[in-house]
Design a protein around this ligand. Structure first.
Ligand code: IPE
Ligand code: MG
Length: 244
């Protein structure tokens, strides 16, 4: 990639705080594999490789926070074998990538439920979060067993007990909940579908959306670059009038 530096935060890419937050619904692993006559697990493995490439490219594109949808709470409805394979892959990923994250200044945190995850994965998540806590170049958030509705519901249950009833106070509870929330600037979905699938519902209130036909294993750093260029062209009014 030669011209990554050409993306700079202009007025319409003004981040919420300290950099642009890109969230990705990395869809299409299964179809990618099936189209090649491979088992779906091969698609998930290839998808993990794509994640590596994208994480590496993100900081030089002005991305400060990157949230990847690794496993949705809705995915438990898939065959046990497929889920077991994804969980194994996530475990393997955390074990091999933690030192790489530390070298690259990547802080890794996980959002979502942990109580239904295998104990070894829970342990690896805790270890990776602790080891990478000092990372300043990129905040990588992996959503694992994540449901935005569930996160909002849980925050609402806690909100019930607080004395200051305001939208901001509610937002703060959501921030503290399971790895936190932060407004999304750009939401990318690969794989051809155009829906949010219970991902970051609250956080996408003012997000820009880019939907791509490409399946996640075929997505590259240059696709991310193009999505960021598209993002810089959008005028983000947040309910106000566009600049004259
Ligand atoms: C996304 O790819 C990865 C996960 C949900 C873990 P899919 O597995 O949904 O792939 P398709 O949509 O069936 O092609
Ligand atoms: Mg899918």
């Amino acid at each position: 990639m030669s011209s990554l530096t050409s993306i700079e935060a202009g007025s319409n890419t003004r981040p919420n705080s300290g950099g642009i937050h890109v969230a990705i619904i990395s869809d299409g692993n299964g179809r990618w594999a099936t189209a090649k006559g491979l088992p779906r697990s091969a698609g998930h493995r290839a998808g993990a490789e794509t994640a590596r490439e994208i994480i590496e490219a993100a900081p030089s594109l002005g991305i400060h926070t990157l949230t990847l949808f690794a496993l949705s709470s809705a995915n438990w409805q898939r065959p046990t074998q497929e889920i077991a394979g994804i969980l194994r892959l996530l475990h393997e990923y955390l074990l091999t990538e933690t030192s790489h994250c530390m070298e690259e200044g990547v802080r890794l945190t996980v959002i979502g439920r942990r109580d239904r995850l295998p104990i070894n994965l829970r342990q690896a998540i805790g270890d990776a979060e602790a080891a990478t806590a000092g990372g300043k170049r990129l905040h990588l958030r992996l959503a694992i067993d994540y449901s935005a509705r569930e996160a909002i519901y849980q925050a609402a249950c806690r909100f019930y007990k607080v004395t200051e009833l305001s939208c901001e106070a509610f937002g703060k509870i959501l921030v503290d909940f399971r790895g936190g929330s932060t407004d999304v600037d750009l939401m990318i979905r690969t794989g051809g579908e155009q829906r949010l699938s219970d991902f970051l519902l609250w956080e996408c209130a003012f997000a820009e959306f880019v939907f791509l036909e490409k399946r996640w294993p075929d997505f590259t750093a240059s696709d991310l670059h193009m999505a960021m260029q598209e993002f810089t062209k959008r005028e983000r009014t947040r309910g106000t009038l566009p600049a004259a």
